[in-house]
Design a protein around this ligand. Structure first.
Ligand code: OOB
Length: 532
């Protein structure tokens, strides 16, 4: 494995191979090497349609073009693109080249991208020209000024001072195939405290994840999967997502946004059979489905995950959208849990499912350190054939986040039913789960403290009816007579270039913050005081 990554122990890797969890396949293998693929539709967007043959050829030309411009196997490339054809082709091209995509979210701004480029020592950044009110070329310029490793900036669309991705093109060349146990891509951590960390995923482990989740979800050549959430998020990418759909020979339908307005016409025109959403979108889809003129009759499966789905909303899905509901409790670090397509309603409505793989090892540890029994709460620890053994270049963090036996400490508090299904009931780490979007409290606190009006800051989660949780910033003002107000604080944070979903929803100015016996801010007491 590459420098900075923690490999699975050799004996464990040998077992995963011997038991068939890992095989010799690599991501980016030519799709048309399978019979009958050439003319079948691989990708659909509101304006374009590509066959597997076209994806294969475009990816080969792009890989050759990138290589001619000096991109090599092992190089990191920050990919910051909307759901569109270029994103899929780039992803396949990078896999073929053995270069490693680092998937940013569309909502990320200068602050996050700078952090990613620096942490990955990325040599290239690929962005859109503009989407809605955001000019990504401005971000590119700022990131280039603040980092030292970028050699190339590629833009999809009007490149301005940078290189247009469309011009990166060369006759295909023979490329050495990556090895199955090489890192193939980096995902971002969302569920842990502190700034996002990079999660190395190998060809073998990610390949297994998408193959096995495609099997569990019954994906095949007839599947038309709507990618409504950002393509670079694990859920929409590989659970089974776009990569699982393409591997199974189905069609990936890419929506520019997850709203009913943007998705319903595509469901009808492309005959979408499956999609995935985060919980706050489900009531919106249910409401819109009542009055829509679009025919949603092709939809068979709705996956929901990322944060807690309220059981009352869950119950409405089968009738309201005319499809099967599947709860997915996953994490970019690996472990995926699914309710099964044939589970009884009680399980589907009230639990977040059970592990994907028989090789997923699970421990639920109570506060007193003992193993939890059925129905007892505890923190979930896991290891397995697609769960990382360490974050990229994060030795210190890894000591906290992994046990000596290689279990990943999820920070999630769960209960297991007698049937072995999980219910996610809480969290031990300092993250606000804002309807599936993860807001690391410490990162926002650091930005708040840069505001001269703020002396002390603590960010806590408060319950919210639609989002599940909202972000509340508790601050102590430097000048008591002129306390900051929410709008000013949001504007200041926006000015620091952070993603909009990380802006506090509420601001509470206090004379002081409660502290624990050891002098740390007592967030439990804060939440209690705020009615959380
Ligand atoms: C998904 O991945 P991440 O990495 O953005 O966030 C992981 C964390 C989990 O540790 C858990 O705290 C929370 O998100 N979570 C859920 C959940 N699914 C994830 N909490 C309650 N109920 C659920 N169903 O969020 C993710 C990755 C792959 C598939 C689906 C979601």
């Amino acid at each position: 494995m590459r420098e900075g990554c923690v490999p699975w122990p050799a004996s464990t890797a040998a077992t995963y191979r011997a038991q068939g969890y890992w095989n010799d396949d690599v991501l980016g293998r030519r799709y048309t090497s399978e019979p009958g693929r050439e003319t079948r539709t691989a990708v659909i967007t509101p304006t374009r349609r590509l066959t597997y043959g076209q994806v294969d050829r475009a990816a080969d030309r792009l890989a050759a073009g990138l290589r001619a411009r000096g991109l090599d196997a092992g190089d990191r490339v920050v990919v910051h693109l909307p759901n569109d054809v270029e994103t899929v082709v780039l992803c396949v091209a990078l896999f073929r080249l053995g270069a490693l995509p680092v998937f940013a979210l569309p909502a990320h701004r200068t602050s996050e991208i700078t952090h990613l480029v620096n942490t990955a020592e990325a040599v290239a950044y690929v962005c859109a020209d503009r989407v809605l009110d955001c000019d990504y070329r401005v971000i590119a310029q700022e990131v280039r000024e603040r980092t030292g490793s970028l050699r190339e900036i590629y833009v999809v669309g009007d490149a301005g001072p940078f290189t247009a991705l469309a011009e990166v093109d060369a006759d295909p060349v023979e490329l050495p195939a990556p090895r199955p146990e090489d890192v193939a891509l980096f995902l971002l951590s969302g569920g842990t405290s502190g700034p996002p960390k990079l999660i190395p995923r190998t060809h073998a482990d990610y390949g297994y994840q998408l193959r096995e989740s495609a099997r569990l979800c019954g994906f095949g050549p007839g599947t038309r999967y709507l990618c409504a959430l950002p393509l670079g998020h694990n859920f929409a990418l590989a659970c089974p997502g776009v990569l699982g759909t393409l591997q199974a020979g189905g069609t990936a339908v890419l929506a520019p946004a997850p709203t009913p307005e943007s998705c319903f016409p595509l469901v009808e025109s492309a005959g979408v059979t499956a999609t995935s959403l985060v919980p706050p979108l489900v009531p919106l889809w249910l409401d819109a489905a009542e009055w829509t003129e679009h025919d949603l009759g092709s939809l068979e499966l709705l996956q929901v995950g990322g944060s807690r789905l309220d059981p009352a909303t869950a119950c409405e899905v089968p009738e309201g959208l005319g499809c099967t509901l599947q709860q997915v409790y996953g994490m970019a670090e690996g472990l995926l849990n699914f309710t099964r397509l044939d589970d009884p309603e009680d399980v589907v409505f009230h639990t977040q499912g059970r592990p994907l793989s028989p090789a997923d090892e699970i421990r639920v540890i109570r506060e007193d350190g003992r193993e939890a029994g059925p129905g007892e709460e505890g923190e979930l620890f896991t290891r397995g054939p697609y769960t990382l053994r360490g974050y990229y270049r994060a030795e210190e963090r890894n000591l906290v986040q992994f046990t000596e036996e290689g279990y990943y400490r999820t920070g999630d508090v769960v209960k297991r039913t007698a049937g072995g299904d999980f219910e996610v009931v809480g969290r031990t780490n300092d993250v606000v789960n804002r309807g599936g979007e993860k807001v690391p409290a410490q990162e926002v606190e650091e930005h708040l403290l840069a505001d001269p009006r703020i002396r002390q800051a603590a960010v806590v989660a408060l319950p919210h009816p639609h989002m599940g949780e909202q972000t509340c910033a508790c601050v102590v003002a430097r000048d008591e007579d002129r306390p900051p107000v929410l709008r000013e604080v949001q504007a200041a944070l926006r000015g620091r270039g952070i993603a909009a979903y990380k802006l506090p929803d509420r601001l509470v100015v206090l004379p002081g913050l409660p502290v624990t016996g050891v002098g740390k801010v007592d967030k439990k007491a804060l939440r209690a005081r705020l009615g959380g």
